[in-house]
Design a protein around this ligand. Structure first.
Ligand SMILES: C[S@@+](CC[C@H](N)C(=O)[O-])C[C@H]1O[C@@H](n2cnc3c(N)ncnc32)[C@H](O)[C@@H]1O
Length: 235
């Protein structure tokens, strides 16, 4: 089953956050949110589209920080989690959640100041086409992450039921070039597999990540990182 279908069931949507972002997984959530904030700030009144927003982890965070944010996802079940989260946090009047396919975005050209997608590129069959569609609807930044082909993820990637595509550094540079984008920043994160972090309590996850941070910026750390966050801008 592929990523487009996998997230459509209520069971998957209801357990999505707990399964990935409890215990040591909270650290992964924090790191990803920081990467999005670093890439998109300042946010006040910025018109932002989040592709594949899922349960709205980033959507509500950006609404809280004053962005004019739209979250789009193909799964009604995931969107319903996002809407509940927005209500709980009292930002539901500042977020628009839309059901739609990222392959055909229901927005005019250059409609947004920035577009981003997290944990999405590993699910898509044709990244060039999706990136072109993201490019069409913005005149500003395009931010996304990829899981990497030289990482520890290769050990279990083939087991994942929703399918998962891994990227090389070259793949991403070529994609960005062909889409007519400039690469503004690339950040590489997490040497140990996510599953490892999720399995341990937060304090141990913090200690493990502290060790990883000591390697930060070295060739080994960049080369074997599990995930990369890419910030690009329309040329
Ligand atoms: C791994 S989840 C990531 C959700 C969120 N971005 C996050 O990081 O928590 C992937 C999401 O992509 C959505 N998705 C998959 N294919 C899609 C498509 N063609 N158009 C829009 N959303 C899609 C799924 O429904 C799911 O919510």
């Amino acid at each position: 089953m592929k990523g487009k279908e996998w997230y459509q069931t209520s069971e998957v949507a209801e357990e999505y956050d707990d399964k990935r972002f409890s215990r040591g997984g909270r650290l992964i959530d924090r790191r990803e949110k920081q990467a999005v904030l670093d890439a998109l700030s300042p946010l006040e009144d910025k018109r932002v589209l989040e592709i594949a927003c899922g349960t709205g982890r980033f959507t509500v965070m950006l609404a809280e920080r004053g962005a004019d944010i739209t979250g789009l996802d193909i799964s009604a079940a995931m969107l319903s989690q996002g809407r509940a989260k927005a209500r709980q946090l009292g930002v539901d009047d500042r977020v628009e959640f839309i059901r739609g396919d990222a392959a055909r975005l229901p927005f005019p050209d250059d409609h947004f100041d920035a577009v981003f997608a997290m944990r999405f590129f590993h699910l898509i069959p044709d990244p060039e086409r999706f990136l072109a569609e993201m490019r069409r609807v913005t005149s500003g930044e395009i931010v996304f992450d990829t899981f990497n082909d030289r990482s520890t993820r290769t050990v279990y990637n083939w087991l994942l039921p929703m399918g998962s595509r891994l990227y090389s550094d070259r793949d991403v540079h070529d994609l960005v070039e062909r889409a007519g984008l400039d690469l503004v920043r690339a950040e590489h994160d997490f040497l140990l597999p996510y599953g490892f972090y999720r399995a341990v309590p937060g304090s141990i996850a913090g200690a493990l990540y502290g060790l990883e941070e000591r390697l930060e910026g070295t060739a080994a750390s960049d080369r074997f990182a599990s995930v990369s966050y890419w910030t690009t801008r329309v040329r």
